[in-house]
Write a protein that binds this ligand. Structure first.
Ligand code: NAD
Length: 600
């Protein structure tokens, strides 16, 4: 039996219904994500501490705040990003309308890794939801505490809306599965936030309120009413204590006979709420819309989320393999390059486009002309952040033997200041995620010569911040991404030799160059290639949502963050709208072609 078939079919149907397209729906999902972060901060911090021994500081800056910033940016810009983009025209299309429409792809799969299990799940999710897609999220099974929160808690904040079910002849209760056409005199009730507008192709979302008691056509009355009941007083309402409002849409005939409202008219409900007043709401739609405020009611029941546009699925490589047999409209993968190849191969079978956010070895060139202590502080901090398990961490240092002699004591000083004499007892140093990775890292400690650290404790999955010197290019530590708090130093004689060293290897996800000379930094930038680049610091470039984040070559393809995420998850549809008339002008294209045609 296929464990994913039903879920995927449900999501596909939801996408085809058009529910995820309106800005109001997207907005509500992003707000749901934001509430998830706010209301579960402690739970998330605990899960991250259990998985990776993440300090509250690291959890905040690299998982929670960074995700929140992405959400806030998307919420602020959603409607601008969604707008059609007008393009320049040529002579033959002067009278037409030409634009790029950003459309959701459809059903998106997000596969995330364990090292930043929250941020690397929510980051892409923000883009996918903002772009109006249905999403399957598969978090890493290795960071199992965070996986549990994502699977059990996150869905409660998303997609709490579903199509209202229609049940003729009763005022209360909704029977799932009894959907049917609407008509005057039918009673509708549901525990759902989302209401399907009775006109095909148009939908209404009662954003920004979170919960609704039900909605219905009053028996015999020619109106469609939506009762909204909020569990908490909402500041978006003019009266913050208001918890119930009823929107009544008078119907002059069967809903199907009414003209369809333009989507632009479907504004958030709070625009229509006027405390203490009944009757028609002022504004453009006054003729058609009326609002009544009802008395306070009991708090609403707990709503089981319907989850028709979003799902979290669980599993390791085997289950993910089965999941990948299905056709998705877009796959966003973050993980190691070997698994990236598996994902891309599976995607190719369905010609599914992919973004691959992969890893690799990130070089860090340290010029002779720099302050060794400043460099050491920055390199040690970014190498040991999350116990070195960061895809953009400086993986190895390239410097002259003279610089190495100054850098090693400076690194020792920085590490002692950051984590004390016994880093194992520091609350600020993370742990290795699993026995497997611990064993792999312990094996790398035998490369070259240990000059700082080198201790390990299997029971605690602890690897001390370690610096290795006398490392050869052929050593195992220089063959694979280290992904731990180990920093090898490789000696080079010149800047040119460092650049050659970098260019002989796969293109990295990030590249760092430290020098007091801007010429040196610029030369490294100009003569190499990498996903991202930062001069004189660690991975600060990825904190800017205005910069695309992604790899090149074996470190990945595609990018995201900020608007780049929205664009990644949107199909850019080329559109030209021509008027039906003016045939005399356009007829010049048609054969038979004469010399006169050709002159034009
Ligand atoms: P991983 O590739 O092992 O796992 C990533 C996801 O793929 C997980 O959800 C996992 O369940 C799934 N998976 C694992 N093996 C699979 C298989 N055989 N078939 C199908 N699915 C499979 O990566 P990881 O170990 O979780 O993370 C570490 C790697 O991710 C490092 O290489 C790191 O550089 C990279 N990474 C990259 C970025 C980036 O933004 N570029 C960010 C973080 C991590």
């Amino acid at each position: 039996m296929d464990p994913f078939a039903d879920t995927l079919q449900r999501l596909r149907e939801a996408f085809v219904s058009g529910r995820t397209r309106p800005a109001e729906f997207r907005d509500a999902q992003l707000k749901g994500l934001s509430r998830f972060l706010r209301e579960n901060k402690q739970l998330l911090q605990e899960a991250l501490a259990q998985d990776l021994h993440k300090s509250a500081f690291e959890a905040e800056v690299s998982e929670i705040s960074i995700s929140q910033n992405e959400i806030n940016l998307a919420l602020r810009n959603l409607r601008t990003w969604m707008k059609d983009e007008k393009v320049s025209k040529n002579l033959a299309t002067q009278l037409d309308s030409a634009f790029i429409r950003k459309e959701p792809f459809g059903l998106v799969l997000i596969l995330s890794p364990w090292n930043y299990p929250l941020n690397l799940s929510l980051g892409p999710l923000v883009g996918a939801l903002a772009a109006g897609n249905c999403v399957v999220l598969k978090p890493s099974e290795i960071s199992k505490n965070t996986e549990k929160v994502l699977a059990e808690v996150l869905p409660r904040y998303l997609d709490q809306v579903s199509q209202a079910r229609c049940r003729p002849g009763s005022h209360t209760g909704a029977e799932q599965g009894q959907a049917g056409p609407l008509g005057p005199g039918q009673d509708l009730s549901s525990d759902l936030l989302w209401v399907v507008w009775p006109w095909p192709g148009h939908q209404l979302l009662c954003s920004p309120l979170r919960e609704t008691e039900g909605w219905g056509l009053s028996p015999g009355a020619p109106c469609l009413s939506l009762v909204i009941l909020t569990s908490v007083p909402t500041p978006t309402l003019p009266d913050p204590n208001l918890t119930r409002a009823e929107l009544v849409l008078p119907l002059s005939s069967a809903p199907g006979a009414l003209p369809a409202p333009h989507p632009a008219q479907l504004e958030p409900w709070h625009n229509w709420v006027r405390p203490g007043k009944g009757g028609a709401a002022p504004g453009r739609q006054a003729a058609r819309w009326a609002l009544r405020l009802g008395p306070q009611r009991e708090p609403p029941f707990v709503h089981p989320p319907s989850q028709s546009c979003f799902a979290v699925v669980l599993g390791g490589p085997q289950e993910t393999g089965r999941l990948l047999e299905h056709k998705f409209d877009y796959i966003f993968f973050t993980g190691n390059p070997q698994v990236g190849k598996i994902v891309m191969t599976a995607a190719a079978k369905h010609l599914t486009p992919v973004t691959l956010e992969l890893g690799g070895k990130n070089p860090c060139y340290v010029d002779d002309n720099c302050d060794p202590q400043t460099v050491a502080n920055r390199v040690a901090f970014f190498r040991c952040f999350n116990a070195g398990q960061t895809c953009v961490a400086p993986d190895y240092v390239l410097c002259s033997p003279e610089m190495q002699a100054q850098l090693v004591p400076a690194l020792q000083s920085a590490i002692t200041r950051f984590y004390g004499d016994d880093p194992q007892s520091s609350p600020n140093l993370g742990r290795i995620i699993s026995q497997k990775h611990f064993q792999r890292l312990r094996g790398l400690l035998s490369c070259g010569r240990v000059v700082i650290g080198g201790q390990s404790d299997e029971c605690d999955l602890y690897i001390a911040p370690t610096v290795l010197v006398d490392v050869q290019e052929t050593d195992p530590v220089m063959q694979e991404e280290i992904f731990g708090p180990i920093l090898p130093i490789v000696n080079v004689r010149s800047l040119g030799q460092a650049i050659d060293f970098i260019n002989r290897r796969e293109k990295p996800l990030a590249l760092y160059a430290f020098s007091n000379s801007s010429q040196v930094v610029k030369r490294v930038l100009a003569q190499t290639s990498s996903g991202g680049f930062c001069g004189n610091d660690g991975f600060m470039h990825l904190t800017l949502a205005s910069l695309p984040f992604g790899g090149v070559g074996s470190s990945g393809m595609g990018n995201y963050h900020g608007k780049f995420s929205f664009d990644t998850f949107s199909h850019h549809r080329a559109c030209l709208l021509r008027r039906p008339g003016l045939e005399k002008i356009y007829a010049i294209r048609y054969p038979p072609h004469t010399p006169r045609n050709l002159r034009v």
